[in-house]
Every structure is written in structure tokens, then in C-alpha cells.
Design a protein around this ligand. Structure first.
Ligand code: GTP
Ligand code: MG
Length: 1336
């Protein structure tokens, strides 16, 4: 039972909408608490103003309730009430009462005592008539009767002559009830989802109606009466089977917002042109093929949505709507855009995705206000250079276009990169580059290098036995003038398998060589020579193009060749069938899970849907394996025989050329690059070619043909100065270098790690050289490792010790590691790289802060089993008083090599005191023991992570193990083709030590889950607590004791994932110009500039909406919250306007509640679990703050001048002096109403992961300077610019709070104190690497 203290703590100020007026009430929320009675202590809370008791089925309300004499608002939704409790009727001060979803509730006459009631919710109550008592509630302003089937309304309804909002959504009404037609004061009527409803002619008598909602009413024609409602400002007719609109629609000359989306309109009447006040016109999803030219008369339309229509062209008049800010033409069969598009100089958002555009006119460059241009999925091959003239910050999406000029790698970097590319093209010359990456794979000694050399030279070449390939050799092969192949020849030795994966990219052509001489038709040989390689490619680059080459044909008899190649082909078919079977099985499982959880709104449902989409994509994206095995021999033939047949390698060359030219397989083979870039790349390559020791030696003796710009410097990486020198040779000044470096990085030719402190400023121009360095540290025979002369000065017992520590425990001292590396190489850079690749981790030695003598662990070396002594820490039997929480990742079929080792490196920052062995780690996290294991079986690999504690600690135990699982899931993203599922092992089965314990699918706990779960293995007798089976929806926060120094962003659970680019959509709603010009907000433009800078800094995708009315603000928020934010890691809203205690102001002087905006985003499925950030720059009342003391005399001179504008509030004092708002409001000010969302949903949004920053505390004003903008935004911009890379959001906002608190106006010395409220569950760094940078 709740104590009085906890009840009082539960009281919170909360805002409520009272007929477009907002007020803050002291609220207690006891929703869904299974209360039969209210606790006695509650009645002592006599200051309570709002009480939420929703979903307490069968609650009894005693007389004591009447002691709550300040109660104004009472919510009793879904409480199973049969009648209004007597005590409720003795609360005459009540202003808002909600009985939604109490089926068949009766309203007794005594309810007439509620004389102050203004808002009554009776929706979804199965009422067939309105109780007479309602007619006595003469102060009612809003009545919600939605979802009461066939409700009949008495004629006397007209007595309620204060009603201005009536909701009758989804009531199965055949016609508008006559009584409604008499409510002449009605302003808003919602009749949506009454299918087939008749609109009688008397409707035109509703002279005050301004908002009419009629969506989904099965309306095939627009009734004439509607066209007579000339005062209508907002009309929603979407989702109706309308094929045409009558000419009379042109009479609605006051309409500003018209929604006709999802109808069946083929044409529009020319009379639409008369709706000259229209500001929003939504026509999406209609089979419109043309538009009337009169659309060109809509001179006020700012938003025009024509997506998903059938428009091949638009009338020229549309391009003259120069005031348009938002034009969506996506998914129309448009083939060209006319030059006139350049006239839309105000357009900010232009949607042209999924059209059929082959070219763009240069005039798009004139759209200087553009913030968002979406050209995704068009057949565009080239962009006009003028695209580079668009604003730098314009977000450009040209993905899924076969672009060759500029290549996709340039486009993906944005407008600035595109401009630099075209500038460079103009300065230098165009170089048509037809290039393809060809990767040659296969077992060691398969003949890869011999084949590559033969293909390049055109004559049979055999390597010698000792010419083994180290890691990867990259060479260029130009078989004719039209194409160059960049050939990656992989060393086949096992030692390279761990590092090869980093070079496998989706756009390459793979040649898999099988040595026909050593191939035998057994399963084992197939797996080694073919199966494993195909599995790796299928897992890493699903959808890639692969051809099989049978090598050393000369070493086999012809019939053997035939048998072996057919065997290979047959087994490939079987392997592909197995992949398909596994994939389909996974899809089936996911589909049944999806069905099982249909309707849940938890994060797990979203996860399932995402996995299903991914699995289905894999099904259509399998490896493209050419059916033949192309047999070659590169052994020189006797002259005589070669006269009769062309060599097999020549045939192979033509086959490779033909495949490369197949535009279906390689659509972007050709790219156009500036010649300077091509020359620069070539110079880099020359540098790279010097790296091999023998080549370097040659170079030193001057025998190399190619001359290096960095003569005599043997480098594995380049510094900025080196690059500048190479650039100069290619004709690139240093200010133009960044473009080519970014391009080469995108293509994968070079590597850069600008966010790792040790590696900042370095360019790894020869990636294989890096791996070559690692190779010196990876040698199966650890004795061999230390036999070199580098260790001559060590004693044999020392060497023996190095070797045994490395062999037994995978440990190596930094100084020993340094010896193993080439002498000129900086070991810090190598270790930083190795950690980044997941190959080793640094062991903390607290006694050696200089890290001079630190140890590294390379898990790859570990061969030992779990040390026996650990059994004392983690006995096989779970101790009686403990439970084991175990999460499991089941990897189906192929498991990538080295995955567990990389995972074990990945978890390092999250654990302490670890012990590692071959396939496991035992460590501590938050003082809990953690056991991580890998167990390969014939078909699957199981990776488990477990902890133990008492049942009461279950919540914390989840917090201990779940972050480890997240590290694994993150790693798996490098392997999109690997199938895996996540589970929780049955705690009962573990304790009972049953073989094959039951594995539950990992999912969030829902309200429907009981307290216990029966163990599926021993159904009748055993059960386990649901706390150990379902993931709590909010995991207990775990603060890691580990230093942040080693953390990598992907490995954190204490941090929000913040890696998407852009990070988030940033919606800015800025009101500067108001209907009442005396309210205009000069200085607001400066805020916009500051916010643009913030968005650029934080990588946010900007979307600005200016000067919106209250209703428009709500509509925009609703629309944006319904979008798919799946590709973003968070959401940000900046709302800048006037405001008061009751919310922020639209340009029409009406209020919008911040809470309602926030909650629409809380309900957005694609933002579940992601931070949602709201910055509200507006007054929150009329009070000014003189402050207590002034510690800092840093006066803002500007803000103190006479032009310094206060963010004038719309509170009581201001209201008295301002012109009255357009809508007449009732005399009541503090009653509240529940504004139901437009979609009529009743689900309560979750409240976690959000942050709201208000410019000022409740009841106070905030300040703006007409030259420099608002105090809050100025400071926010400064703080973010300075600290975003090193601090969490909350740390920065604390600075903002402090800095703004230091401001004061000069004359009156008024102060302002911003306020942050949040429910963030993790740290939020916009730049995850900040965690590293702050502890360099
Ligand atoms: N008879 C014959 N020998 C070949 C042929 N191709 C390669 N060889 C020999 O096979 C051995 C290995 O050839 P490489 O081309 O170096 O093999 P690789 O696949 O590059 O080997 P790694 O670099 O170690 O992975 C060498 O001794 C070659 O001379 C061929 O077509 N016929
Ligand atoms: Mg080789």
C-alpha cells in the first residue's frame, strides 16, 4: 500500500488542455494500479487538482473523495464503472470528467450537481442514447461521444449552448443527428469514420463551424451542403472514394487546409483555383494524371503534397507557385523536370524519389532555400554541376541511382563534396574511369598469384614455391583500353583468414580458385576448398558476384577434371539449398513470433519486424554464383599444342571482361573523376608498391623503375605533410586534398580514423600493408616468433617465458610487441589499429599509468580450457539461494572465423578482473560474476553470457548481461548474411542441470505476462520467475567502473547509440510573424542561424517550418511523428515562439500544449528506445525574475537596450492588453479537457527516453534580443560548438543552465533560468568517440 509520503511525491504539475487554453494542475497518476479502493492517505492531499484513476477495474470510490475540494479533473477511463460513483457527484468544483471505455455506464440525475463541468468524455461507452442529465450540464464546452455505435441524440441538445467541440467519430451514424444541427455555436465537428453518413442541407446552418473532419466516411461524392460552409478553414476528406470534386468546392474560399489524400481523384475541377487562401493542399495517393492550370492561382499554398499520384508532367503554372516551401512529387512517373523548377526559389523540401528522372535541369541549382532534396531511386546517371550551388546544408538523397558523374561515393558526402568535385573537374580534366575490384580467393597454393600474373602479362607465368603471397597484393590489370581491374590477390594461408574479412566489399567480383589437382570429391575437401569460402562471402557480402575457377587443369586427367568440376557444381547447389532452407526456416519463426505479438507496442515487436525485413531481403539477395567451373592451366604449353587451341587463361580473360560489362551485375562500373584525383591515387599506389621488403630493398638500391615522391622513406602510413607533397605532384594544392582523400576513403582505397586520437591525421594509403604488420604478431608457431635476430640480446629463458605467456595466456608485453614490429613503426599506432580491428585489448595495469610496460592480450592465441580454479567462483551447480540469468545467441550454420575472439575484445571495456581461455571469458561486472562462452556444434554455434545472483536482483542481472549481448549484436552487423536468433535460457532447466535446456525467445516483458512461467521441459511441476525470462522494458542502469579510455561507441550500453548520419531529423518550428503584428518576434531569424549551426555541428537533418498557427503546429508534429525515423538514432524538435503558462502560441494567437506534442513523438514506434529531445524557447508565464544575487557582471549590452524584446507571454496580463484570440473562448479558465489524438488511439505512450528543455522555469518569461536572438539559443549554440565532441548532452545543458542564469537585462536586471526535465536512461554523446577523447 502506498504511504502518504510516496503519494505526495507522486503529485506532479501537469498541463491540461482546456478548450484551446492550457493550464497546469497538480496531478496524481494512479493509472492501472489494480486499486479496489483508494488509500486513506490520498484524501489528505487536499491541494490535489487532477487525479488519474484510469484502468483500475472495479474501483470503489468512497465519500472521502469529497475531501479533495480542489479536484478539477478526474479521469476514470476503463474502470468498469456501471454508474457514476456518488462521491464524484459531490465534487461540484470538477471541470473535466472522463468516463471513456466504461461500457454501458449510466449517468444518474444527481450528476447535474456538477455545475462547473466543461469537458465530458463519454467515448467508447456503448451508449445508445445520451442521458438526460447531460443536458443539464449547461457549461459543457466539449463533449466527446466517439465510438458509441448508433447513439441517438435528444433534440434538447441545443440547450447546451456553450458546446463548441463535438466529437462523434466512428458512431455508425446514418446522418448527422438533427440535434447537432441546432448547435449553432459549434466550431469543430468530427464525424470521421461514420461510413456512409448523410450530410443534411441543414448543416449549412452551423454558421460558426470552422473545422470539419470527415475522413473515412465512404463518401463517393462531395455533398453540396458542404460547399456552402463558406467559413470552413480546415477540411479533412481523406480516405474517401471520391473520384471527382464538384465545381462548387470553389466556394470554400476560406479554406486554408484541405486534405484529400487517399481518395480516388482522377482530376480536379478548375474551380480549385479559387481557394486562394489555401496554405496546405494534400492530394497524395490519388490516380491524378494531370492538374488543372488553375492550380497556379493558389498563391498562398506553402505545402503541396502530390506524392503517389500518376503524374507524367505538371502544368507550367505549378512551377510559378513561387511561395511553395514544401513540394512532394515522389512516386510519380515523371521523366523530366522542366527548367522552370528553378523558379521555386522558396522551396525548402522537394520530394522526387521513386520517379523516372533520367536528367535534372541545371536550374535546380537556383533553389537556394532548399534544405531537403530527395531523388532516391531514379535512373539518374549524372547530376548537373549546378547541384553544387545548392546550400551546403541541403540534405541530398541520391541513393539507388546509377550515378557515374559524380560517383555515389562523392554524392554520399553531400553538396559541398559535389561542388568540390565539379570544381575540380573544371580545373583539371575528366577522366572516364572504368574500374572493377576483382578479388581472387582460395586455399594456399591454389595458383592464385600465378593466374593473376598470367592474366596481367598475357603469357603463362608460374610462381615459384617460395613466392607465397603475404596477406593481400593489390595490382592493376587493364586487359583493354576500356576497363581496369583492381585485383586483390589474397594469401591463402590460414593466418590471414582473420584479416581478409576487412577487404571483402559488396561491389567486387570474386574469383574463387579451386586446385583441381588436390581436390577430391569428399565433403571434407569441398568444405576446405570451396564451402568455407562461399559461406564467408555469403555471410559478409550477400548478393556479391562469384565465379569458380578450377586451377592446375594440366595436373589432372580430362575425365578427372570433369568428375571434380561436376562434384563441385553439385555440392554448390546443395550448399545454396541449405542456405535457403535455413533462411526460410528463420523467416517462418519470425513470422509466427510476429503473429504472436501482434498488437503489442513493445520494442521487441519492432525488433522482430526489422529482422523479418532483413531476412526477406537476404532471400532476394543471395550470392550470385555463376554455374560453371572455369578450368585453367597457366603452365606454358608446348608450342605445337597451343597452335590448335586458345589458352584457357585467354578464355577466362574474356569471361571476366564479359561479366564486368554486365550492367545488371555491375551498374556503376564507369565513373568520371577529375584527372588530378586519378593522378593522386596513382602516386599513392606507387608509395604502396614500395612497402614489400624486397621491393623496398630494390628501391633503396635505386633499381625500382617508379620514382617515389617520398624518396627513401619506408612508410606504412602517411602524414598530412606527406599527402600534401604527393598532392602537389598531382597538381593538387593542399586545400583541395580533402576532397580526393574523402573520396578514396569512401571507395576503400585508403583508411583513415579521424575519431581515434592516436590515429588522427594519418592516412593509411596501403591497407594491406597494415595487415602485413599485424601478421608479424600472428604466428601459429610461437617459438618461431621469437627466433629472429631482433631478440638476440635476450636469454633463452626470457624468450621461453615470452613464448609460454603468449601461448598459454595470449599475453604479450608492450616492449616485446614493439620488438616484433618493424623498427621504424610506432607501436602505439599499431596497437590502436589492432584494438580497432578487434584483434587485441590492453590490460590495465593501475601501477603503470604511463602504460610504458603494459600488457596486451591477443585472444586469437588462446588454446587453453576453462581454468579449474574458476569452478569455485562459478560452480557447476547453481547455488541454492541463487539463480542464473543466461542470454544466448544461436548462430545458425556458418559462424565467421574469429567472431568469438573479436567479441571477447569488444566486451573488454564493460568488464573487470577477467580470465580468458580458448572459448570463454570469466569476469566481473558491477560486482556480479559473468561467464561468457562459445560452443560450436555440428549445425550451430552458441554464444552465451550469464550471471548469477538472487531472484530479487533479477533487474540488475539483466543490466549486467544485456550490454554484452548488445556488443555481439553490433558485431554481427558486419556479417549481414549470418542468421542468428537471441534467447534467454530457462533458469529452471539450468538449475536442474537438464540437457538441452529450454531457450525462450528474447523479448520485452508486457503487461499480459504473469509472474511465473512454467518450465516447458517439466510442465506440471516447475516454473520460473518471469523476471528471469522476459527482458524488463527498462533495464536497470549499470554504471561501469571501467575506465572509458578503451571504449568504442558500438560497445556501450550505458550510452545511446548515436552513429547514424544524420543522427536525427531536427524539426524547427519558428514563429516570427504573427497575425497580430505587435506580437512579431524580431531576432527570431538570428535564432534560426544559430540553430542551423547547431544542426550542422551535431549532424542533424534540418527541417524548418515557419509561422504556423496552433492547429498547424499540431498537424506538423503529428505528421512528423508518424514518419519512419528508423534510419535515425534520435529525434530533435526546436519550438520557438511566444508562450504562456498554458503552452506555446501559434501565429493565430492560439495555444498548443507542449505535452501533446511531446506525447505524439513518444507514441512513434520508430523512435522507441531512442532519445527524443525537445527544446522549447518561449515564455511560460508573465513573471520576471530579479534574481537573488549577481555574481558575474557580464551584462549583455544588447539585450538591455530599448529594442531588447521580451518573449512576451500570453498570460493573464498580456491577454488583457492584446486583441482577443479569433476563437471565442468560454469564461472558464482552469478546467481541462483530454484532447484525443487525431487517430483516435487510446494507447498510452511510454515516457522514457525523452528530454524537454524549457527556456525558463514555469510561470516566467524568457528573453530575446532583436539583434542576437534569444538567450537560450545563443548559449546553446556556443556550448554545443565548444563541447559537443567531449560532453554528454546533460553535461552541456547544465552548462547552458548556468550560462543563461548569468545573463541579465541591464536596466531592470531581470534574470532567466532554463529548466531541463528528462527521462533519459543512458548517456547521450552526439559524438560517441567523446567517451574516448575525454580520457586521452
Ligand atoms: N602445373 C601447374 N602449376 C601451377 C599452376 N598454377 C600454379 N602452379 C604452381 O602452384 C604453386 C602455387 O602457385 P601460386 O600461384 O603461388 O599459388 P597461390 O594460390 O597464390 O598461393 P598462396 O599465395 O600461398 O595462397 C606454384 O608452385 C606454382 O608454380 C598451373 O596452372 N599448373
Ligand atoms: Mg599467392
Amino acid at each position: 500500500m502506498a504511504t502518504p509520503l510516496s503519494l505526495r511525491e507522486g503529485m506532479k504539475p501537469m498541463k491540461w488542455n482546456v478548450m484551446r487554453k492550457w493550464t497546469t494542475l497538480l496531478t496524481l497518476d494512479l493509472t492501472d494500479k489494480h486499486l479496489g479502493q483508494l488509500p486513506d492517505e490520498l484524501f489528505d492531499l487536499n491541494e490535489l487538482q487532477a487525479l488519474k484513476l484510469d484502468k483500475n477495474k472495479n474501483i470503489q470510490l468512497s465519500e472521502k473523495l469529497t475531501r479533495l475540494t480542489n479536484l478539477k479533473l478526474l479521469l476514470l477511463d476503463d474502470c468498469n464503472l456501471k454508474t457514476v460513483p456518488a462521491a464524484v457527484m459531490k465534487l461540484p468544483q470538477l471541470q473535466t470528467l472522463s468516463f471513456s471505455t466504461n461500457e454501458n455506464i449510466t449517468l444518474p440525475d444527481e450528476m447535474s450537481s456538477l455545475v462547473n463541468l466543461t469537458v465530458l468524455h463519454l467515448d467508447n461507452c456503448k451508449l445508445d442514447t445520451l442521458y438526460p442529465v447531460v443536458l443539464k450540464l449547461l457549461n459543457l464546452q466539449k463533449l466527446n461521444l466517439s465510438n458509441n455505435k448508433k447513439i441517438s441524440l435528444p433534440d434538447e441538445l441545443y440547450k447546451l449552448n456553450n458546446i463548441i467541440v463535438l466529437s462523434l467519430r466512428q458512431c455508425e451514424l446514418g446522418t448527422v443527428p438533427p440535434a447537432v444541427l441546432k448547435l449553432s455555436q459549434l466550431e469543430e465537428l468530427d464525424l470521421s469514420w461514420n461510413r456512409g453518413i448523410h450530410l443534411p442541407k441543414e448543416l449549412s446552418g452551423l454558421a460558426n463551424i470552422r473545422v470539419l473532419k470527415l475522413w473515412g466516411t465512404d463518401m463517393a461524392t462531395v455533398p453540396m451542403v458542404m460547399c456552402r460552409l463558406k467559413q470552413l478553414e480546415w477540411l479533412n476528406l481523406s480516405s474517401n472514394p471520391l473520384q471527382t470534386l464538384p465545381a462548387e468546392v470553389g466556394q470554400l474560399t476560406n479554406v486554408k487546409h484541405l486534405d484529400l489524400s487517399c481518395c480516388q481523384l482522377n482530376t480536379l475541377p478548375p474551380e480549385v483555383g479559387r481557394l486562394t487562401k489555401l496554405e496546405w493542399l494534400y492530394l497524395c495517393y490519388n490516380p491524378l494524371q494531370t492538374l488543372p492550370t488553375e492550380v497556379g492561382q493558389l498563391n498562398n499554398v506553402k505545402q503541396l503534397n502530390l506524392s503517389l499520384c500518376e503524374l507524367h508532367t505538371l502544368p507550367p503554372e505549378v512551377w510559378r507557385l513561387t511561395q511553395l516551401e514544401w513540394l512532394d512529387l515522389s512516386s510519380n512517373p515523371l521523366q523530366t523536370l522542366p527548367a522552370e523548377v528553378g523558379q521555386l526559389t522558396n522551396v525548402k523540401h522537394l520530394g522526387l524519389s521513386h520517379c523516372q528522372l533520367r536528367t535534372l535541369p541545371p536550374e535546380v541549382g537556383r533553389l537556394t532555400q532548399l534544405e531537403w532534396l530527395n531523388l532516391r531511386s531514379n535512373p539518374l546517371q549524372a547530376l548537373p554541376a549546378e547541384v553544387g550551388q545548392l546550400p551546403n546544408k541541403a540534405n541530398l538523397d541520391v541513393s539507388e541511382n546509377p550515378l557515374i558523374k559524380p560517383p555515389p561515393e562523392v554524392c554520399s558526402q553531400g553538396v559541398t563534396a559535389i561542388r568540390r568535385y565539379f570544381d575540380e573537374l573544371e580545373r583539371s580534366e575528366e577522366n572516364a574511369n572504368t574500374r572493377l575490384k576483382v578479388v581472387v580467393l582460395g586455399e594456399k597454393m591454389a595458383g592464385k598469384t600465378s593466374l593473376v600474373q598470367t592474366l596481367r602479362s598475357g603469357k603463362s607465368t608460374l610462381t615459384r614455391y617460395e613466392d607465397r603471397t603475404h596477406c593481400v597484393e593489390i595490382t592493376h590489370w587493364a586487359p583493354d583500353d576500356n576497363v581496369t581491374f583492381e585485383v586483390y590477390d589474397f594469401g591463402g594461408h590460414d593466418v590471414y583468414h582473420l584479416t581478409h574479412q576487412f577487404f571483402l566489399t559488396p561491389d567486387a567480383f570474386y574469383l574463387l580458385l579451386v586446385n583441381l589437382e588436390t581436390y577430391s570429391c569428399t565433403e571434407h575437401r569441398y568444405t576446405e576448398a570451396v564451402g568455407l569460402w562461399l559461406d564467408t562471402l555469403n555471410a559478409r557480402v550477400p548478393g556479391a558476384v562469384v565465379s569458380l575457377v578450377g586451377s592446375k587443369e594440366d595436373r589432372c586427367r580430362p575425365d578427372d577434371v570433369k568428375t571434380k568440376t561436376s562434384n563441385i557444381q553439385e555440392r554448390i547447389k546443395q550448399q545454396m539449398a541449405l542456405w535457403e532452407r535455413n533462411l526460410k526456416q528463420r523467416i517462418n519463426t519470425l513470422e509466427s513470433l510476429q503473429k504472436m505479438h501482434k498488437g503489442d507496442s513493445s520494442k521487441s515487436v519492432e525488433d522482430i519486424t526489422q529482422q523479418l525485413t532483413h531476412a526477406n531481403r537476404l532471400l532476394s539477395q543471395r550470392l550470385h554464383i555463376d554455374g560453371d567451373v572455369h578450368c585453367v592451366s597457366v603452365k606454358p604449353k608446348f608450342r605445337l599444342s597451343s597452335m590448335f587451341s586458345s589458352s584457357s587463361h585467354i578464355k577466362l580473360k574474356y569471361f571476366i571482361l564479359e561479366t564486368a560489362r554486365n550492367t545488371t551485375l555491375f551498374p556503376t562500373l564507369r565513373t568520371i573523376l577529375p584527372k588530378t584525383w586519378v593522378d593522386f591515387e596513382q602516386s599513392l599506389r606507387i608509395e604502396g608498391s614500395k612497402r614489400a621488403p624486397e621491393k623496398a630493398a630494390k628501391n633503396e638500391t635505386g633499381s625500382s623503375g617508379e620514382s617515389s615522391p617520398l624518396e627513401n622513406i619506408q612508410q606504412s602510413w602517411l602524414t598530412t605533410a606527406d599527402c600534401a607533397r604527393i598532392g602537389q605532384l598531382a597538381g593538387l594544392s593542399s586545400d583541395r586534398l580533402e576532397s580526393v582523400l574523402s573520396y578514396l576513403q569512401q571507395v576503400g582505397t585508403i583508411l583513415r580514423y579521424t575519431d581515434i586520437p592516436e590515429l588522427k591525421g594519418l592516412v593509411f594509403h596501403d591497407p594491406p600493408a597494415l595487415v602485413e604488420i599485424f601478421k608479424d604478431l600472428f604466428h601459429h608457431d610461437t617459438k618461431e616468433l621469437f627466433k629472429t635476430s631482433k631478440f638476440a640480446d635476450f636469454t633463452s629463458s626470457q624468450l621461453k617465458q615470452f613464448q609460454s605467456v603468449l601461448y598459454d595466456r595470449g599475453l604479450i608485453r608492450k616492449e616485446v610487441m614493439t620488438r616484433l614490429l618493424p623498427p621504424e613503426i610506432n607501436p602505439d599506432i599499431v596497437t590502436a589499429l589492432m584494438q580497432n580491428f578487434g584483434l587485441c585489448f590492453e590490460m590495465q595495469d593501475e601501477t603503470d599509468p604511463s602504460k610504458h610496460n603494459c600488457w596486451y592480450r591477443i585472444p586469437w592465441y588462446l588454446q587453453n580450457h576453462m581454468p579449474v580454479e574458476l569452478k569455485y567462483v562459478w560452480p557447476e551447480d547453481v547455488p541454492e539461494e541463487q539463480e542464473q540469468l543466461q542470454l544466448m545467441c544461436d548462430i545458425r550454420g556458418f559462424c565467421p572465423r574469429g567472431l568469438f575472439q573479436r567479441f571477447s575484445v569488444g566486451i573488454h571495456p564493460l568488464v573487470q578482473d577477467r580470465t580468458d581461455w580458448k572459448d570463454g571469458v570469466m569476469a566481473y561486472r558491477q560486482d556480479y560474476p559473468v561467464l561468457v562462452c562459445s560452443k560450436p556444434t555440428a549445425d550451430d554455434t552458441y554464444i552465451t553470457m550469464a550471471t548469477r545472483g538472487s531472484l530479487a536482483q533479477a533487474g540488475e542481472m539483466w543490466g549486467v548481461v544485456h550490454p554484452l549481448l548488445e556488443v555481439l549484436v553490433q558485431l554481427m552487423q558486419e556479417w549481414p548474411g549470418v542468421l542468428y536468433s537471441l534467447h534467454v535460457t530457462c533458469a529452471h532447466c539450468i538449475k536442474a542441470r537438464l540437457d538441452n535446456p529450454h531457450q525462450y525467445d528474447l523479448r520485452d516483458r508486457t503487461a499480459d505476462d504473469g509472474r511465473d512461467v512454467r518450465c516447458p521441459r517439466v510442465k506440471r511441476t516447475a516454473s520460473t520467475s518471469a523476471d528471469l525470462v522476459y527482458r524488463p522494458s527498462m533495464l536497470s542502469a549499470v554504471t561501469s567502473r571501467t575506465s572509458l579510455t578503451q571504449m568504442r561507441p558500438s560497445q556501450q550500453n550505458d550510452f545511446y547509440k548515436m552513429t547514424s548520419d544524420p543522427r536525427s531529423l531536427a524539426l524547427i518550428i519558428s514563429n516570427i510573424n504573427f497575425t497580430d503584428p505587435s506580437r512579431n518576434r524580431p531576432g527570431g531569424e538570428k535564432d534560426l542561424d544559430n540553430l542551423r549551426n547547431i544542426c550542422e555541428k551535431l549532424k542533424l537533418q534540418l527541417e524548418i517550418r515557419e509561422d504556423l498557427t496552433a492547429q498547424e503546429i499540431e498537424a506538423v508534429a503529428n505528421e512528423v511523428s508518424r514518419r519512419d525515423h528508423g534510419s535515425y538514432d534520435c529525434f530533435v524538435l526546436f519550438l520557438l515562439s511566444h508562450g504562456g503558462e498554458t503552452g506555446v502560441l501559434g501565429t493565430d494567437g492560439q495555444h498548443v500544449s507542449v505535452d501533446s506534442i511531446v506525447s505524439s513523438f513518444q507514441a512513434c514506434k520508430s523512435l522507441v528506445g531512442k532519445p527524443k529531445l525537445f527544446f522549447i524557447q518561449a515564455c511560460r508565464g508573465v513573471d520576471t525574475d530579479k534574481g537573488l544575487e549577481h555574481t558575474d557582471a557580464n551584462i549583455d549590452e544588447e539585450s538591455s537596450t530599448s529594442q531588447g524584446w521580451r518573449e512576451a507571454s500570453d498570460g493573464a496580463t498580456d491577454q488583457a492588453t492584446k486583441s482577443p484570440p479569433p476563437l471565442p473562448t468560454a469564461p472558464v479558465t482552469s478546467a481541462a479537457c483530454l484532447e484525443s489524438p487525431d487517430a483516435g488511439e487510446k494507447t498510452l505512450p511510454t515516457t522514457s527516453d525523452r528530454l524537454v528543455m524549457y527556456a525558463t522555469v514555469h510561470g516566467h518569461v524568457s528573453w530575446r534580443n532583436s539583434d542576437t536572438g534569444t538567450w537560450l539559443v545563443q548559449v546553446l549554440a556556443d556550448v554545443i560548438t565548444e563541447h559537443a565532441e567531449t560532453e554528454t548532452l546533460l553535461e552541456m545543458l547544465t552548462r547552458v543552465n548556468a550560462k543563461v542564469a548569468d545573463f541579465k537585462t541591464q536596466h531592470q536586471e531581470y534574470k532567466q533560468q532554463p529548466e531541463v526535465t528528462h527521462t533519459l536512461r543512458k548517456k547521450l554523446y552526439f559524438f560517441p568517440q567523446a567517451a574516448v577523447n575525454q580520457n586521452p
